[in-house]
Design a binder for this molecule. Structure first.
Ligand code: IPM
Ligand code: MN
Length: 359
């Protein structure tokens, strides 16, 4: 019995989460596992009502679950940062979900803006460090509001944070890299950094990368790219990548770029992972206020996040079945992944995936 916390959140979050739950329930019946789902209403509406984001008591509650499924956090009436920091980032940090795993995979039948690239070329994973960097560094203003105002926001990494993330990424490359999947001659881990400017932080990353790689993972090829060049190659030669590891800020940025190359936010899934604790799975897109309540948003990113959740829980067969069902639906059913242009409503897309999983 898996205890799953469901946090649909804001905007289109509840619509896509409902489809992910629909597919999960179908998979549970088909593959014979049980789930106990508990819904939580943290998000913008609750904040407006009560002033509460994610209280400490809720964090303690969440620790008791096997996994968390999240829809979207962000509300057009609420200043940027309040819900993001108060709910999403609080959950990531307090539950020490120090890995943000974001596959960049082009599914069959999906259009990519990249010229002459297909599912064979666009097929890699970003391991984004999820506990440090400018996200948790300190900062502040001096002389705020004056012409001499200064703002400081520091980026911080400890060797401990870097090491645990790198080890996760090396392990991931060994298990799921291109060689492991029969898709290439070797498993490769690429560090994405900025050693020419961020000469402290990415110096630390680079030293740790080679030390750990040499000593513990000599079977894994190591590449290094500056973040600006990484963006260029993600567009020009995505087939060069296998597993990319990077800091929190660069990881945030390059995974939006990756998402658009795989067909957009409609399909981009992710997992905030604590390998020793509770992980939280979420589509990487936002709450899409423009499309809220219309039944036109694409639920595949939420469904793929649920799929990652099952894989992490060890339900490999169910996870594989969902992945294949999504591939079938993108290849044979959907006209587009874009909201309102799929040729189906949000719940019809959920039905299509669920029906395929049930077969
Ligand atoms: C993401 C989002 C978040 C982040 C925001 C909403 C805080 O952009 O999950 O990528 O920056 O991590
Ligand atoms: Mn982001």
């Amino acid at each position: 019995m898996y205890k799953i916390a469901v946090m649909p959140g804001d905007g289109t979050g509840p619509e896509v989460t409902a489809e992910a739950v629909k597919v999960l329930k179908t998979a549970a019946t088909k593959f014979g596992f049980k789930m106990d789902l508990t819904e939580f209403d943290f998000g913008g509406e609750r904040y407006k009502r009560t002033g509460e984001t994610l209280p400490d008591s809720a964090v303690e509650e969440l620790r008791k679950f096997d996994a968390i499924l999240l829809g979207a956090i962000g509300h057009p009436d609420i200043a940027p940062g309040i819900l993001e920091k108060g709910i999403l980032l609080k959950a990531r940090f307090e539950l020490d979900q120090y890995i943000n795993l974001r596959p960049v995979r082009l599914y069959p039948g999906v259009e990519t803006p990249l010229k002459d690239k297909g599912p064979n070329e666009i097929d890699y994973v970003v391991v984004r460090e999820n506990s440090g960097d400018a996200y948790t560094g300190t900062g502040g203003f001096t002389m705020k509001g004056t012409p001499h105002e200064v703002a400081v926001q520091t980026a911080v990494y400890s060797r401990f944070q870097v090491d645990r993330c790198l080890r996760y990424a090396f392990e991931y490359a060994r298990k799921y890299g291109k060689k492991a999947r029969g898709k290439g001659p070797e498993n490769t881990l690429a560090l994405c950094g900025k050693t020419n400017v961020l000469t402290y932080i990415y110096d630390l990353w680079e030293r740790a990368f080679h030390e750990i790689g040499k000593a513990e993972y000599p079977d894994i090829r190591r590449d290094y790219y500056h973040v600006d060049a990484t963006c260029m190659w993600m567009v020009k030669n995505p087939e060069w990548f296998d597993v990319i590891v990077t800091g929190n800020m660069f990881g945030d940025i390059i995974t939006d770029l990756g998402a658009i190359t795989q067909g957009g936010m409609g399909i981009a899934a992710g997992g905030n992972i604590n390998p020793e604790g509770v992980s939280m799975f979420e589509p990487i897109g936002g709450s899409a206020p423009k499309y809220t309540g219309k039944g036109v948003i694409n639920p595949l990113a939420a469904i793929c996040s649920a799929q990652m959740m099952l894989a992490t829980l060890g339900e490999e067969k169910a996870a594989d079945a969902i992945e294949k069902a999504v591939m079938y639906v993108t290849a044979n059913k959907l006209k587009s992944l874009a909201a309102g242009r799929m040729g189906f409503s949000t719940s019809e897309v959920g039905d299509l995936v669920a029906e395929k999983v049930a077969q």
